[in-house]
Structures are given as structure tokens and as C-alpha cells.
Design a protein around this ligand. Structure first.
Ligand SMILES: [Fe+2]
Length: 199
């Protein structure tokens, strides 16, 4: 692939010129025949493809995503535009971004942490000023009936990132505001285009 897709996107969406990055919230694997859900496998090429076409890629792994033989291993991308985050932080174009891969569950299974461990990691990440927290699992939103972790939601409401991005569990609406004004975007099975607010 060539790095032209982001220019086409910018043109079609009437976006200003400038860099266009991609946030990935996980679960990109599909079985080769596209005939069933729930398989797991290597998504390295998909991440590289996004990096080929856009200016940077920042993301986390879903519970169906691997990178090579070890199903729990982090990827080793030799590309400075790709930022894989699992209990890590990065600052790109002034945005302070933290990420946590996988889901809450039995730690003996692929890309899972206990709820205690997942929440502790979320809280420790949010102890530092954070603009965007990307997680694959993530908060619930009870007023809307949207599923997720109550403990993670409470951590977000107290520690206040500017935006949470999550995947894994489908919500009928992509965007909710939690108590305290924290915005959460659910990108399970959808693409959302975020634009910088004009100055
Ligand atoms: Fe998932």
C-alpha cells in the first residue's frame, strides 16, 4: 500500500490538511473464510497497513488479536509511527495517550487480566494527566444499559481523562458522557472520525 489513503479521506471529508492518525481499540482478526465469529490470530499486517496509509497508529490489542506465535506477546513493529500500548503511555502531537490491551477475565486465557489487575492498571495509567485512554474492555454506562466494567467506569469518573475510547462490547450509541463529564467513545464494529475543533 502507499501512503495515499489519508489524503483521499481528507479530501472526501473536507478535512483540513495535516496529519491524520488512527486509534485502534482491538479485535481485528477474522477467520480467513469470513464465515464465523470468534477466531483469534495475527493482526500484525493490519497494523502495518494502517501505518502505511496514515501518519501514525496508536492502539491496543483485543482479546482475539495476536502478533506472532506467542498469543500474549506484544508486537515488535520496526516503525516509529506505530505505538502499541499495553499498560503504557505515549505522547504524540501533544496528546497524552495511555492504553491497556485485552479484557477482564481469567488471566490464564488469552489477553486477560483479573478485574482487580485491570482496574489497578487503569488507575495507575490515569494517575498521570491523560488526554485519551484507549482500552479494549472498558467502562459500563448504566443509564444507557451499556455493558462494561463498573470499576473501570468509577476510575474514569474520578481520574478524568478527557476521552476514553473502548471496543469489545457493542453499544447501540457510540458516545456517552459519564458522571463528572468524562466522554467515552465505543468503537466496537464502527469507525469514528474525530476532527480537531477549529481554533
Ligand atoms: Fe474483544
Amino acid at each position: 500500500m502507499t501512503r495515499t489513503v489519508h489524503k483521499e479521506v481528507a479530501l472526501r471529508m473536507n478535512l483540513p490538511t495535516g496529519s491524520i492518525g488512527v486509534f485502534l481499540a482491538g479485535d481485528f482478526y477474522t477467520v480467513p473464510a469470513f464465515d464465523k465469529r470468534g477466531g483469534s490470530g495475527d493482526v500484525s499486517e493490519l497494523w502495518r497497513g494502517f501505518a502505511d496509509d496514515f501518519d501514525w497508529v496508536i492502539g491496543v490489542a483485543g482479546n482475539h488479536d495476536s502478533f506472532g506465535e506467542d498469543r500474549n506477546a506484544a508486537p515488535r513493529f520496526n516503525d516509529r509511527r506505530i505505538h502499541y500500548l499495553d499498560n503504557q503511555r505515549v505522547t504524540v502531537e501533544g496528546l497524552k495517550i495511555a492504553g491497556l490491551a485485552g479484557i477482564i477475565g481469567n488471566p490464564s486465557r488469552m489477553r486477560r487480566r483479573s478485574e482487580d489487575s485491570y482496574c489497578k492498571a487503569s488507575e495507575e495509567l490515569l494517575d498521570s494527566q491523560t488526554d485519551i485512554l484507549i482500552t479494549h474492555d472498558g467502562p459500563d454506562a448504566p443509564p444507557h444499559g451499556f455493558v462494561g466494567s463498573t470499576l473501570v467506569r468509577e476510575a474514569l469518573e474520578i481520574l478524568q481523562p478527557r476521552l476514553g475510547i473502548r471496543g469489545h462490547a457493542h453499544w447501540n450509541e457510540p458516545f456517552v458522557e459519564l458522571d463528572g463529564g468524562v466522554n467515552v467513545l465505543n468503537v466496537d464494529a464502527r469507525v469514528v472520525i474525530l476532527r480537531e475543533r477549529p481554533a
